[in-house]
Structure formats: C-alpha cells, structure tokens
Design a protein around this ligand. Structure first.
Ligand code: ATR
Length: 269
C-alpha cells in the first residue's frame, strides 16, 4: 500500500510542509504522499483516530494543536515532554508517538552560522517556541544563555528550568552590546508598523541576529538588525531542519536540507 503522511493544523492552507516532504519523497524514490489536513480544535480527537484508522505513517502537528494533541497519542518522547508540545508524530506498529523536532531543528540551523558554544546568547521570549530552543541550546552545549521576556516572571521560570540566566527587558536592551547572538522567538513585529519585542539600538556590530519567523522571510527584526550591522539568520533553516529530523524518523533517510533551504528561500523571496 502506498504510504502517506500529513500535517494537521488550523489554518493549514499555507503550510509548506507538503511541498517539502513531497519533494524529499521524490528525491529519495519513496512512493508516498503528504497531505495538508485542516482540523478544527473541536475535532482533534476524531482527527487523530482517523489518522490511526486510515494508516497514516506519521504526521506533523502545527498551530493550534501542538499541546492539545498530547492526550490523544500513545506516548511522547523526551523532547516533546520537555517542551510540553508535539510537532511530529511517528507510527510505531499500532502506536502513535509524539516527538518535537523544533528545538533541535533550530540548533541545526544555528550551527550553519558557525557559532561557538561559549558565545553569549540572548533569547527574546519565554513562550512555547523559546522553551524548545532553550532546552535544545542546552543539549547542544551552549553554555551562556540569557532569557528575557515582556513578562519577566516567565523568563525567570524558563531560565531556572534550563540552567540559564534571566534579564528584564530594559536591562537586556541596555546591555545588548554584550551579546554575540540575539534570538527572537516571539510572534511580535510581523507587521511593519508593530514595535519590535526588543530594541536593537545597542546591538553589537557583527552580532548574529536570528529570527524563528520564516514568512515573511525578511522580518522587521532582521531588517533592523541589518541596519545595525548585525549578521542575520532567518527562520527558513529552522523550518527545513525540523522537517528533516521528522523525515528521518519516518523513513530512516536524511534528506537534502541545503537544496531545500535554497528552494524555499526563493519561493518566499
Ligand atoms: P509561542 O508558542 O509561539 O512561543 P506563546 O507561548 O504564546 O507562543 O508565547 C508568545 C511569546 O511572545 C511570549 O514570550 C510573549 O511574552 P509574554 O510572556 O510577556 O506574553 C511574547 N509576546 C507576545 N506578544 C508580545 C508583545 N506585544 N510584546 C512583547 N512580547 C510579546
């Protein structure tokens, strides 16, 4: 039987995951399809049962289901439990197991910019996305991570869990020049006229500014960082690597990430 995989979310029409995985299936001679499936929150349990019944080989989970899916799975791995969210589900016989490849995908993307593990990193945001990244930075041996957030208490809590430091937003803005890598994990600033989640006025020339948002590819945060003489890394790499880690879990094959980053960058550019 032809294998099939899916991504579930609400909305789902603009997901690039079907394009990415279908391309990788073709490149690797795998006879499989990847479907975008629109699932409303109230239908999540039924959707999960249907994916099971109809024999999906695995699936991706995107907003707003990353946490809500967890009770409907047969288990979750360590990455998903640390992050308290699932973005990739793998079939193991009759069981669906939840995993999370977002944090490791982020780190793999970051590694393409040749960071040093003792670089001073500031993580802006303390929500779900920041959480996965903080744990993954930890696993990858980055030893100097500071977390800042509009709601300082959340930064403190996440810092405690991940053996990181925390800093108030105003202190972070004042001391920004001391950081080698600035990672923006909030959804703020997508619109041109919105304020950035952190002022980049004091950013160090040559620091690396990283945004996890990939659509638009050139976010206001990255534009401002460029103006300040920072190097930039957009969110396309994180998107491709989180997908590649999932693809390998499903098929045992490491897909071509470099080419995919180029293709998706062109598509979005
Ligand atoms: P996600 O899973 O996408 O990270 P989330 O858990 O809701 O979503 O977290 C959103 C993050 O963006 C948080 O760090 C949030 O800051 P608060 O903890 O203070 O809410 C941040 N954020 C959202 N809107 C913001 C704004 N207008 N200014 C600054 N930070 C904002």
């Amino acid at each position: 039987m032809k294998k099939w995989y899916a991504v579930i979310g609400d909305p789902i029409a603009h997901s690039l995951s079907p394009f990415m995985h279908d391309t990788w299936f073709q490149e690797n001679g795998i006879d499989a399809s990847f479907l975008p499936i629109h699932v409303e929150p109230s239908k999540l349990k039924e959707a999960c049962e249907s994916l099971q019944l109809l024999g999906a080989g695995g699936f991706n989970v995107t907003l707003p289901h990353k946490q809500a899916i967890m009770p409907f799975l047969d288990g979750i791995d360590e990455a998903a439990s640390e992050m308290n969210a699932v973005n990739t589900v793998v079939r193991n016989g009759k069981n669906f197991k939840g995993s999370n490849t977002d944090g490791d995908g982020f780190v793999q993307s970051l590694l393409t910019a040749d960071p040093r593990t003792d670089d001073k990193i500031i993580l802006v945001g303390a929500g779900g996305a920041a959480r996965g990244i903080a744990f993954a930075l930890n696993r990858a041996g980055f030893s100097d991570v500071t977390i800042t957030n509009r709601t300082f208490r959340r930064a403190e809590e996440l810092a405690e869990e991940t053996a990181s430091e925390s800093m108030t937003k105003s202190d972070a803005e004042q001391n920004l020049g001391g950081f080698d890598i600035i990672i923006q994990t909030t959804s703020v600033g997508l619109a041109e006229d919105e304020a950035l989640p952190i002022s980049l006025e004091n950013a160090k020339t040559g620091a690396l500014a990283v945004d996890i948002v990939y659509n638009p590819i050139d976010t206001p945060f990255l534009k401002k960082a460029e103006e300040k003489g920072c190097r930039t890394l957009n969110g396309v790499g994180m998107f491709v690597y989180q997908g590649a880690i999932g693809f390998e879990k499903w098929t045992g094959i490491k897909p071509d990430t470099e080419k995919m980053i180029k293709v998706i960058t062109e598509k979005l550019g």
